[in-house]
Design a protein around this ligand. Structure first.
Ligand code: 13P
Ligand code: SF4
Length: 330
């Protein structure tokens, strides 16, 4: 599945709109946040995996591609990125003149570090100009700077299919890389030894148990899952594509094989009564680190500013290429 995430899939929220927030502390934080956003000319962008109250506080919620693209179009001078550090780093690379704040700088995707320079150099040595190094956006700026083009889970298949090179080194995620290789068999895709530990630990056996318990529920899976899980999925897609599939389906219940942070948006967007079943270990502990209090504090205290990463020009070029290729409808 290689459909692009449409801009309309992020959720624009009116200031102060906070359904279900009854807790006094949350209300006071949200009201403080509104004032701080105005005073700082700031916008809050949150990933679907963050805590529900963080998503409620955000002006936009989206998948990693939609947020990266959106960040280049919003007028505000300050971007607060409620997500893990590679996301904030990418926003800084794409928006060098803006102030980018990350509420919890320790929230870090482990997969973003899982490739060595030697792997890239060996492949370049072996395949020369007929190799493209394709870097999943879940990667540090340094890793991006070694690469030719970035992709996200919502555009990887389409971007790889359109490359002129025959050989593709896909880093760092072996599972997304394997999925892309299956979808684009005309390319020679070289896989790397890296993965999301939280998606990779979801077992096909547990998914099958859920299928037996809920026989009418389609299985919606993120391509960071293992191939054994993807083989039994009805829909494979990014977080935004999973949410969209559930929203557009006539089914009343779904087995959702990704991090359960997406539940907040699934419930917000789907007709009342639709049910979502997750596997037992389905939280991203890094995204969970980001709290509403930290979102407020980074604006109030001016902390968590993301510096321009080293290797910025080369790293930004890979993101710019992704945005250009993704908007090319050919
Ligand atoms: P999306 O690109 O679907 O937002 O996924 C990001 C991610 O980190 C998945 O684990
Ligand atoms: Fe990284 Fe996995 Fe968390 Fe996604 S779910 S941010 S890949 S650790």
């Amino acid at each position: 599945m290689d459909a692009l995430t449409d801009m309309g899939e992020e959720s624009r929220r009116a200031p102060g709109e906070a359904p279900g927030l009854s807790d006094e502390r949350c209300r006071s934080l949200l009201s403080e946040l509104d004032g701080l956003k105005r005073a700082n000319d700031a916008v809050v962008l949150a990933h679907y995996y963050t805590r529900p109250e963080v998503q409620r506080a955000a002006d936009y919620v989206g998948d990693s591609f939609a947020l990266a693209r959106l960040a280049t179009t919003v007028p505000q001078r300050t971007l607060v990125i409620a997500g893990v550090s590679f996301m904030a780093e990418s926003m800084k690379l794409l928006n060098p003149d803006k102030r980018v704040l990350v509420p919890d700088p320790s929230a870090d995707c482990p997969m973003a570090h899982m490739v060595s320079r030697a792997t890239v150099l060996e492949a370049r040595e072996r395949y020369g100009d007929d190799l493209a190094v394709v870097c999943y956006v879940n990667s540090t700026a340094e890793i991006k700077s070694w690469s030719d083009v970035c992709v996200t889970s919502s555009n990887a298949v389409r971007i790889v299919r359109g490359l002129s090179q025959h050989h593709v080194l896909f880093i760092p995620d072996e599972h997304l890389g394997r999925y892309v290789a299956q979808q684009v068999p005309e390319k020679h895709v070289i896989l790397n030894d890296g993965r999301c530990p939280f998606h990779a630990q979801i077992g096909a056996r547990e998914v099958r148990d859920l299928m037996r318990a809920h026989p009418n529920a389609p299985v919606l899976a993120h391509p960071e899952c293992t191939s054994e899980v993807l083989e039994i999925a009805d829909v494979i897609g990014s977080t935004a594509e999973i949410i969209e599939a559930a929203q557009n389906s006539a089914a009343q219940e779904f087995i959702v094989v990704t991090m359960s942070g997406v539940q907040a948006e699934l419930e917000r967007r789907c007709a009342p009564g639709k049910k979502f079943h997750f596997t037992s270990s389905s939280r991203c502990p890094e995204m969970d680190k980001v709290t509403l209090g930290q979102v407020v504090a980074c604006l109030r205290d001016g902390v968590g500013e993301v510096p321009m990463p080293a290797h910025a020009d080369a790293a930004a070029a890979t993101l710019d290429r992704m945005l250009a290729l993704a908007s090319n409808k050919g």
